[in-house]
Ligand binder design. Sequence first.
Ligand SMILES: NC(=O)c1ccc[n+]([C@@H]2O[C@H](COP(=O)([O-])OP(=O)(O)OC[C@H]3O[C@@H](n4cnc5c(N)ncnc54)[C@H](OP(=O)(O)O)[C@@H]3O)[C@@H](O)[C@H]2O)c1
Length: 253
Amino acid sequence: MTTRLGSPRRTLILGANSAIAAEVAALCAARGDRLFLVGRDPHKLQALVASLGQAVVGHAAVDFTDFAAAEPLVQRAIASLGGLDQALIAHGLLGDQDRSEQDVAYARQIVDANFTSAVALLLPLATYCERQGHGHLAAITSVAGDRGRPRNYTYGASKRALSCYLEGLRSRLFHRGVRVHDIKLGPVPTPMSAGHPQNVLWGEKRAVARGIVRAMAGRRLRVYLPRHWRLVMAIVRVLPEWLFQRFRFLAGR
Ligand SMILES: NC(=O)c1ccc[n+]([C@@H]2O[C@H](COP(=O)([O-])OP(=O)(O)OC[C@H]3O[C@@H](n4cnc5c(N)ncnc54)[C@H](OP(=O)(O)O)[C@@H]3O)[C@@H](O)[C@H]2O)c1
């Protein structure tokens, strides 16, 4: 059955416990997808799996900073799904910016959680999709990666590195029939952004999840969600440094 969100697929969601990824999983289940879900917290994962019923053909609780676990995990997921049509890498760690400025081991944790772990997962995923000659690979990055700001530049830098990685991977795989999607999110109310002051530019997790499923169903390879962030960040990116520094809401803590 084909819906407005596309036809059913064999879908791997990495970081499925994320508030946004859980919404994506629910939309994919409703579309008729077969799902393999991976999260870190086994209790949250069990609850999610139970809520999605028979759509879930397998699941695993894994910390993605255990890089050596990535390849066997991907192989196991593909075997359970009976192949792979799409994979979404959704996990992320905002972390404590102040601490990351004083403690290199902590800064590295943020970089590893957002960037190195995604690379470890993309290596086997890309190899598999390249061999089979089709597939959609997506990762959630952030508008924080478009311009470094004092409030979150360790996190932003790790997401920007991931966007750059996805860009290169996209070109490597494009003529092999594989599509690589960079899903750049603006702020959304979830546990990650709890306590942050909200404004009209914020997204809503269900609408954002719908945007992710739609992007992966089609040819939108570099997507801002909500969509108004494309324009906002186009402006923020081109602001000259002397002007950027005058805006406290951008250049301040
Ligand atoms: N919310 C926003 O404002 C916003 C804005 C821009 C981009 N994003 C991005 O959107 C994505 C989804 O985040 P969210 O907003 O839905 O936040 P969330 O609900 O707090 O989810 C973050 C998830 O990342 C997982 N995670 C963190 N480190 C991990 C690790 N080492 N191994 C495995 N899982 C790990 C956590 O898993 P467990 O729960 O299993 O521990 C958690 O479920 C992230 O990539 C985030 O960077 C969010």
